[in-house]
Design a protein around this ligand. Structure first.
Ligand SMILES: [Zn+2]
Length: 199
């Protein structure tokens, strides 16, 4: 097993390996990372939206090679596609980290709540899937380039096709922004979000 969290630094080389394998096989633009195509074309997983998933943002059904997305989150604070992109990347993380290492047939469905998709979740497998997702969607070099092109959380988020909360966590971990994002239920950040929506 690989140690993915060393002294607070979050890395997962498996995410980079997946992304590079995709580019070798399919080519195309590197950014935003084609996460749906990675799931479907490279890994042979299907993606479907479902109603009535309760507080689950996403689900991985390993035996069916199926990723389910919560349709209720399809439109959420104006970042629907980006939220789903992170959820897809997170489920890919479960697949690569927890199913492909010989455990797929016995692996139960991963049911991933909104709170599990936050960086500070206290569940180890969810945290590992989040690290994988961040590494997959936000390669360090791309984050640095995006920050240099326009040093705002919103700008980096737009370039990489991720939510502002995800981008903020990533920028914080690299030391570009001094403060941790203040996220509530994974939708708000303290930087770069237009005011006017009360909690
Ligand atoms: Zn999960």
């Amino acid at each position: 097993m690989m140690d993915v969290s060393v002294a607070g630094k979050y890395e997962d080389p498996r995410a980079h390996a997946v992304r590079e394998r995709y580019l070798d096989v399919f080519g195309g633009p590197e950014l935003p990372v084609p996460v749906e195509s990675i799931a479907e074309d490279l890994l042979g997983l299907r993606i479907e939206q479902r109603e009535e998933m309760g507080d689950c943002s996403g689900m991985l059904l390993p035996a069916e090679r199926l990723i389910l997305l919560n349709a209720a989150e399809a439109e959420h604070e104006g970042e629907p596609i980006r939220r789903h992109r992170f959820t897809i990347a997170h489920e890919i993380g479960h697949w690569v980290c927890h199913c492909l290492e010989g455990r797929a047939p016995e692996q139960p469905a991963a049911m991933c709540r909104k709170v599990d998709l936050q960086q500070d979740t206290d569940r180890a497998l969810e945290r590992e899937a989040n690290v994988f997702a961040a590494e997959l969607l936000m390669p360090e070099a791309a984050v640095r380039d995006a920050w240099q092109a326009g040093p705002t959380v919103a700008g980096v988020a737009a370039q990489l096709g991720v939510s502002q909360l995800s981008a903020h966590w990533r920028l914080y971990s690299f030391g570009f922004v001094p403060d941790k994002p203040v996220g509530e239920r994974g939708v708000r950040t303290s930087v770069g979000v237009p005011q006017g929506k009360s909690p």
